[in-house]
Unconditional design. Structure first.
Length: 104
């Protein structure tokens, strides 16, 4: 599992604030929009990676072996994906019913 932690840690993204500041000057601040979007995206990505690392470390602290930890993390990710898919389907159904009633 140390390999998984290393891979996750290497996937974190950084924002070059100095570069974005320098790009804001010749564009009269228009680059600020891009800067905020990039910084927000990187922050969200890093939070997701940190959450995955936390899951791995939680299972390791419980004394599970690497194989058990990997199986639990995979099961957690599958359950999360199923839950997200169910929420998406329910949202689509609710929007469809709402539009149907609105158009009627």
């Amino acid at each position: 599992m140390n390999e998984k932690l290393f891979v996750l840690a290497s996937q974190k993204k950084t924002t070059s604030h100095v570069l974005h500041l320098l790009l804001c000057i010749p564009t009269f601040g228009l680059w600020l929009i891009v800067w905020l979007l990039v910084a927000g995206s990187n922050s969200k990505h890093n939070a997701r990676i940190q959450k995955q690392m936390g899951h791995v470390l939680d299972y390791k602290v419980q004394g599970l072996s690497d194989v058990e930890t990997y199986q639990r993390v995979a099961a957690d990710e599958a359950a999360s994906k199923r839950r997200n898919d169910q929420i998406f389907v329910l949202t689509v159904i609710a929007v469809t019913v709402g539009l149907f009633l609105l158009m009627k």
